[in-house]
Structure formats: structure tokens, C-alpha cells
Design a protein around this ligand. Structure first.
Ligand code: NI
Length: 257
């Protein structure tokens, strides 16, 4: 059994065919899905999906690229969704310096990241973290505003050296499609180095489609390619990777197995 710990079934690319997407994923052994929001509408839809499908859970929050031009009311109203019984995390939240080059706008990303970590701490929820080309500031914030109920570096793209800092903060690492890319040296090194009990797997669908389906829309059914590659790199069975990452995800998000 596998747990897709970060997917966007709430995205326009997948939502119109969600029934089929879930059925296809279940055929490959995916038993649970965390549907992750990135703004108000996608967070609301994640909750709606989690209400309808027993195997789906929701994370709600504002992605660093979606914090611009939002009102305080919109922000607060979205966070109110956290009291729903199937909301198991705040996310995805974090920093994205790939898409944001202006210092003032990066500062605003930091502000919303911190506010959402503090909200998660007050509401006893773990967080799911988006960090793109912002390692230094991301680590600094996580050290100064420690997530008290755990969290995961979603689609971890950092180095093996940075891994230690992340694990010291009590956070988990999640790997997705990039670990399967033929030219992906660092994610493969990370997969080898990360202790299995600290690892989650994800698709981040409809993005980051694993090899050999790159160029197609990603779906949870392709997560088996991620787990196969991790198994190969760690020289253990796929079944073992599936089982342990499934248990890790349930434990992090306080979900009954
Ligand atoms: Ni995502």
C-alpha cells in the first residue's frame, strides 16, 4: 500500500476526472491521498474532496506564489478550514525564490510562511513545506519558528549535507518524480542517504511526472515509479519502501492506518 503524501487532485488538470484518477491509482496500490491546497479556492476544494472520498485528506494554506494580492479576510477565512476533521496539515507553505526575484516580495513570502507556521503550531498541526531556491532563508525560518507538530519538506530538492539540518529539526523528507529522472544526481544521492523512517513519497501531480512518462500529466498512479526507484537505490524491496513510507505518512499526519 502506498500513500501519495502530496497531490493536487484539486487542480483543474485532474479534478474533472477525479473518480477515474482515484480508481486508476488504487489499482496500482495507492490507498491514501493528501490533497494539498495552495490558495483559498484550492484549499476549499481539497476539503470538499476529502469530505467526499474517504481515502482523501486535505492540507490547507497559501503557497508562496499565491500570497500576493490576498486580503487579510481571505487569509483568515482559509485558515478557518483547519478545524475540519479531515484537514491534517497546513500547506503548502514556504518560499519560492525561483519565481520571485524581488526582495520586497520575498520578504512578504517570509512573513506569510512564518504566520502559517505559527498558526499550525497553535492548532497542533504539521506543515508541508515548499522550498525552491531558498534553502538558506527557509532553514533560518524553520530554526527560529520551529514547527512543533512536525512537517515535511515536500519534493525535497536540497543536498545530502542539508538533509542533516532538516532531520535535526525533526522534519521528514518527501521524494517525488525527480528521483526517477535519468540525469537527477542529487535526488538519487538523497534517496540513498535519507533514513527510511524519515521518508515520505509523493507525486505533486499534475506536476513532476516520473520517468518514463515525462511530458505527460502526472497522476497518483505513477507514484509506484518513485517507490521503485527508491527501492533500487536503497537496495531494498519496493514493498518495504511502500509499507514504511505509508506508516510514516500516517504517523506525521495523525491518520489511522
Ligand atoms: Ni504541490
Amino acid at each position: 500500500m502506498m500513500f501519495d503524501s502530496h497531490c493536487h487532485l484539486n487542480d483543474d488538470a485532474l479534478y474533472p476526472r477525479i473518480d477515474e484518477v482515484i480508481v486508476d491509482a488504487k489499482k496500482t496500490g495507492v490507498a491514501k491521498f493528501l490533497v494539498v491546497g495552495y490558495n483559498k479556492a484550492s484549499s476549499e476544494l481539497a476539503v470538499k474532496i476529502a469530505e467526499k472520498y474517504e481515502e482523501c485528506y486535505a492540507a490547507i494554506g497559501f503557497h508562496p506564489c499565491d500570497i500576493f494580492d490576498i486580503s487579510e479576510e481571505e487569509f483568515q477565512e482559509t485558515l478557518k478550514l483547519a478545524s475540519h476533521k479531515k484537514v491534517v496539515a497546513i500547506g503548502e507553505i514556504g518560499l519560492d525564490y525561483h519565481w520571485e526575484k524581488e526582495q520586497a516580495r520575498r520578504d512578504l513570502q517570509k512573513e506569510y510562511f512564518i504566520r502559517q507556521i505559527e498558526f499550525a503550531n497553535e492548532h497542533h498541526l504539521p506543515i508541508t513545506i515548499h522550498n525552491r531556491e531558498s534553502n538558506e532563508d527557509c532553514l533560518k525560518i524553520l530554526k527560529e519558528h520551529k514547527p512543533l507538530h512536525g512537517g515535511v519538506m515536500h519534493c525535497y530538492s536540497g543536498s545530502v549535507e542539508m538533509l542533516k539540518d532538516i532531520l535535526d529539526l525533526g522534519l521528514m523528507i518527501s521524494l517525488g518524480g525527480p528521483v526517477t529522472f535519468t540525469n537527477a544526481k542529487t535526488p538519487k544521492e538523497v534517496a540513498e542517504a535519507v533514513p527510511l523512517e524519515k521518508l515520505l513519497i509523493e507525486t505533486d501531480c499534475p506536476y513532476l511526472t516520473p520517468h518514463p512518462h515525462r511530458g505527460e500529466k502526472n497522476e497518483p498512479k505513477y507514484i509506484c515509479l518513485v517507490s521503485e526507484e527508491i527501492a533500487r537505490l536503497k537496495d531494498i524491496s519496493k514493498k518495504h519502501v511502500d509499507q514504511v513510507t505509508y506508516e510514516n505518512t500516517c504517523r506525521l499526519f495523525n491518520i489511522d492506518e
